[in-house]
Structures are given as structure tokens and as C-alpha cells.
Design a protein around this ligand. Structure first.
Ligand code: ATP
Length: 359
């Protein structure tokens, strides 16, 4: 094909609004009053541990499930609510599942052409062919999905989801079937294609790093609820509670008590302006926020273990007054080995303070 467009045709991106959305399976509240607005063209990742309700929310948006209360709007149209329910095929959505859900008995070209029901067969095949070309899969058009690698199958699934130019693209753990070496490149490619298409996009993932790479915003979920919504930086820097902090980064948790607006711990005192006087609290210290200098400065510590991990090595450092050694991540320091005494210094910018009785 000579006249292959290099960019994916632009969709008319939809605004998605969820208002007080509830859904339960028996006694399990899989969606427990979700309010969320996603702007046209925005990529939002639904992030959270297994069973928190991410897939249920995606299925509600798609129209595969119907909410027991609340409303879902696409642009100004109510697609789910007490007064209306629009079935999935009428919602102008594109879906990409974890297992790609390609039809094994159809060629890659026919898989992509499948949703183009409004076109003649010849038009649908031509359009599907262009979509495969854009994904650099044109040479596999006549082949069957099983002959492709996982990454290529994922791209066929993405071509199929985008060929109808949906206003909103919904992806459920789209990269989890790929091995870790392939995942990074397929992720980056997918992000380019989705941005080019301009579609609003909701991606379900349980991987915080993936959410930070892909999402304009991240919606952090727990037990059917939305616990925090914001940019990746906002969620990483200012997690709403200790559980959210733990979810984003390995942390050292050091207990202490609040006095004079600060938490006092064996590692020193840190500002705790939002906490009550006398309250038990936890200082969460990121491993990269701990520095080891010559003994005699800072807090006395001893290196218990050193593991070479490439760019940043991991050290475990015992400090008096703390039950477990601190996990420290630093560039490998020549000669710093297990058994050595060090002076521990904490970078206050890497310390978050939370009430001890978090969820
Ligand atoms: N069809 C169903 N019948 C009964 N319970 C269900 C059904 N689907 C989901 N659930 C329950 O609803 C809750 C939310 O499930 P959901 O699959 O939405 O979570 P998730 O965050 O996507 O989890 P995962 O990451 O493991 O896929 C879980 O407790 C789950 O066991």
C-alpha cells in the first residue's frame, strides 16, 4: 500500500462521567459509590490490588454490567442509570482484554475488520488493512493470531479496538500476558497509538509503575472505593494514607509519637502538621532517601547486607532502637560492605508521615 497514513485517524474523544456508581455481587460491594470524571482524550489508569473492583468498573463503563445505583454518562448521554441503559455495542467504545480475545478461526485482517459492520465487506477489509499497516503488521494480514507473538497479538487487538474510531478505549490489564522484556516496548508503542488516536482511555492495572508510565491521572482503588485520584507525581509524592504509600514504593516504616507538631522517632523528628498531639504515627522513609556517610556523623548504623542490583544497590542497615534493618538504595559505594559502621542521614524530602491507625 502506497498511501498508508502514518497516524491513526482521530476519534471524537468522549467525556466519561461516573456519578455515585454502585455494583455488588451478592454481599461483595465491587463498586461502592464511585464518582469520577475523565476528560476527552485523557488516559486514566484504574490501579489497585486484586479484587478491589477495577475490572468491575471497566465492565460497568463498557455496559457489560449494569450499576445497581448511580449514573454513567458518555458526553451528555446517560448510558447507564435508573432512567436509561445503552447496550455495549451502542456506546462507541473499544475494548482490549488481557488475553486479547482475538478470534482464532479468523485471519488477523478479519479480526480487525470484525467490528466494521456498517461498511461493505470490501471497505471494511481496506480499512482493517490500513489499521494493520499502521501497527506495522500489514505483512501478517492473512495469517492467524496464533502465529503471532504476544506483543503482535496485542497490537492486532489494539488495531481492532481502534479501527471503529471509538470515543473511549477500555483496556483490562493489556500488558500482563507479555514477558517483562517485551512489556516496556509494547507499552510505549500502545501509548503512542492511543495518543495519536486521541481517544479517551481507561486502563486497568495492578502495577503502579505501569500506571505511572501510562496514565495522565491515576485512580487508586481499594475495596470498591476510589481512595485517591491525581497525577502520577501527586500520588507518588503525596499518597493519601500509609496503604497508598506502600502501594507505590517500598518504604521503611518507623513508629513514633507526635509532640510539638513533629513525630519523634529513633531516626530523628520529622514535621507532622496534620496529626494530633500525642498521637501514635508512622514515618515512612523511602529507601533512596537514606544516605550513608562516614561513622561519627548522623545516626550510628551498621551495614548488615549489601546486594548488587545494577544502577542502585540495596543495603540493609541496622540502627539502634529500630526492630528491622533499614532498607537503603544507593549507587554502589566502593568499599561499603556488610559489617561496616556508617553514619545514617535521612533526606527529609523522602519522608512521609501518617497516623499509625490507617486502613
Ligand atoms: N461475576 C462475579 N461474581 C461474584 N463476585 C464477583 C464477580 N466478579 C467479581 N467479583 C468480586 O468482586 C470483587 C471485585 O472484583 P474485580 O474483578 O472487579 O476486581 P479487580 O480489582 O479487577 O481484581 P483483579 O485485579 O484480581 O482482576 C472481588 O471481590 C471479586 O471476587
Amino acid at each position: 500500500m502506497d498511501d498508508v497514513p502514518t497516524r491513526t485517524p482521530v476519534s471524537l474523544a468522549s467525556r466519561l462521567i461516573l456519578e455515585g456508581v454502585h455494583h455488588s455481587y451478592g454481599a461483595t460491594n465491587a463498586a461502592d459509590g464511585i464518582d469520577l470524571t475523565i476528560e476527552p482524550g485523557e488516559i486514566v489508569c484504574l490501579l489497585g490490588p486484586s479484587g478491589c473492583g477495577k475490572t468491575t468498573l471497566l465492565r460497568l463503563i463498557a455496559g457489560i454490567e449494569r450499576p445497581s445505583a448511580g449514573r454513567i454518562l458518555l458526553d451528555r448521554q446517560v448510558v447507564a442509570g435508573p432512567e436509561a441503559f445503552v447496550p455495549p455495542e451502542k456506546r462507541q467504545i473499544g475494548l482490549v482484554f488481557q488475553d486479547y480475545a482475538l478470534f482464532p478461526h479468523l485471519s488477523n485482517l478479519d479480526n480487525v475488520a470484525f467490528g466494521l459492520k456498517a461498511l461493505t465487506r470490501a471497505e471494511a477489509l481496506a480499512e482493517a488493512g490500513r489499521a494493520l499497516e499502521r501497527m506495522r503488521l500489514g505483512r501478517y494480514a492473512a495469517d492467524y493470531p496464533h502465529a503471532l507473538s504476544g506483543g503482535e497479538q496485542q497490537r492486532v487487538a489494539l488495531a481492532r479496538a481502534l479501527v471503529t474510531r471509538p470515543g473511549i478505549l477500555l483496556m483490562d490489564e493489556p500488558f500482563s500476558g507479555l514477558d517483562s522484556r517485551l512489556r516496556g516496548s509494547v507499552r510505549a508503542e500502545t501509548l503512542d497509538v492511543v495518543r495519536d488516536a486521541g481517544a479517551t482511555c481507561v486502563i486497568v492495572t495492578h502495577d503502579p509503575e505501569e500506571a505511572m508510565r501510562m496514565g495522565d491521572r491515576i485512580a487508586l482503588m481499594r475495596a470498591g472505593r476510589l481512595v485517591q485520584l491525581g497525577t502520577p507525581e501527586m500520588l507518588y509524592r503525596s499518597p493519601c494514607d500509609l496503604s497508598a504509600a506502600r502501594f507505590f514504593c517500598e518504604i521503611n516504616e518507623v513508629s513514633g509519637k507526635v509532640a510539638g507538631g513533629r513525630i519523634h522517632t529513633p531516626l530523628g523528628s520529622f514535621p507532622a502538621p496534620a496529626l494530633r498531639e500525642g498521637e501514635r504515627a508512622v514515618a515512612a522513609i523511602r529507601p533512596q532517601g537514606i544516605e550513608m556517610r562516614a561513622p561519627g556523623s548522623g545516626i550510628a548504623g551498621r551495614v548488615m547486607e549489601h546486594r548488587f542490583l545494577g544502577e542502585l544497590d540495596m543495603y540493609e542497615v541496622a540502627v539502634q532502637g529500630i526492630d528491622r534493618p533499614l532498607v537503603v538504595r544507593r549507587r554502589a559505594t566502593a568499599g561499603l560492605a556488610a559489617g561496616q559502621n556508617v553514619g545514617v542521614h535521612i533526606d527529609i524530602a523522602e519522608v512521609l508521615v501518617f497516623a499509625a491507625t490507617g486502613p
